[in-house]
Design a protein around this ligand. Structure first.
Ligand SMILES: [Zn+2]
Length: 303
């Protein structure tokens, strides 16, 4: 049954493009309308108080599908798949080489408040909410007590091939974090209607918070695509961090809503190179998201 579901979901995945690429209650979220930037605080002399600029090298790993074998599914899917065996080796590598898995909130605390980061910090994240992540990644994460972040698309939750609400609760119980990956996985840069943009960014947050009784502080842009309007909306919706895609491991304070990331390859040598080498040679293929359309085999979005 599960294999059939995976194959069904895999069959939806067809197109891949190349891109250049916590805990605040819902009632306390900032809901400034899009386009209205909060005014900076000022000193007694009226001069604006600029936040301290900080930098950090933190690989932000992005996984999509996991499987027993990469031979399943389309070529596009295989490029987005890491096998359970390689995933386990990657988690072991982090453990053996002194990496410390941190959360997006910890990185935001560093940028916002100067709270110290551990040596060799790394963030682990999963996009789209594929059920294979729950099946194949969770055991390895639990083994090392790594607090990974699962970015889910709220409209996908519970559809065939995707994580269910009870599974999200299990992830939370096991120390994982849940972030938003929008409501329906559109390319936010193409949304001109600010109400629709706000719905994708803010409503997805409140849905997760009300259903799971948590605070959601992280947002991952579908396709890694953002523009200043989308990034401002993520900030205004009350998130503390926004993650883009595919462009390296070096971040500054000004990047906290447009963080770079690494698409994790199914290859240990490349994995080691990517997390240590910085931005130049990281994979640039963005993730494969499939809008859940039960009963339909429409070609999915995957860019
Ligand atoms: Zn996605």
């Amino acid at each position: 049954m599960l294999a059939n579901i995976r194959l069904w979901a895999a069959g939806l995945l067809a197109l891949v493009c190349l891109l250049p690429n916590p805990c605040r209650p819902a009632s306390a979220q900032q809901t400034t309308p899009i386009g209205e930037e909060p005014k900076p605080s000022t000193t007694d002399s009226g001069q604006p108080v600029l936040p301290e600029r900080r930098t950090a090298k933190v690989p932000i790993l992005v996984y999509h599908h996991l499987s027993q074998s990469v031979s399943e599914g389309s070529p596009a899917l295989r490029r987005l798949t890491v096998t359970a065996e390689i995933f386990a080796q990657q988690m072991q590598y982090l453990q053996d080489n002194g990496y410390h898995v941190i959360t997006f909130s910890a990185l935001a605390d560093y940028f916002d408040h100067g709270k110290e980061l551990p040596t060799l910090p790394v963030i682990i994240s999963f996009d789209d909410g594929w059920e294979t992540q729950f099946e194949y990644a969770l055991p390895g994460l639990e083994k090392y007590h790594y607090p990974a972040t699962f970015f889910v698309v709220t409209d996908y939750i519970g559809h065939p091939g995707f994580i269910t609400w009870p599974q999200l609760q299990t992830l939370l119980t096991d120390g994982m974090r849940i972030g938003s990956h929008s409501r329906s996985h559109p390319r936010l840069t193409k949304i001109k209607d600010t109400t629709k943009l706000w719905d994708q960014i803010h409503s997805s947050k409140t849905i997760l918070e009300s259903q799971l009784e948590i605070s959601v502080e992280e947002f991952a842009y579908p396709y890694g695509a953002y523009n200043p309007t989308a990034a401002a909306a993520v900030k205004q919706a009350g998130y503390r961090a926004g993650r883009g895609c595919c462009s390296g491991i070096a971040h500054t304070s000004s990047d906290v809503f447009t963080l770079k990331a690494i698409m994790v390859p199914n290859d240990m040598e490349k994995f080691i190179e990517y997390i240590g080498a910085g931005s130049v040679r990281t994979a640039r293929t963005e993730h494969g998201a499939v809008p859940p359309q039960p009963g339909s085999r429409n070609a999915p979005l995957d860019r």
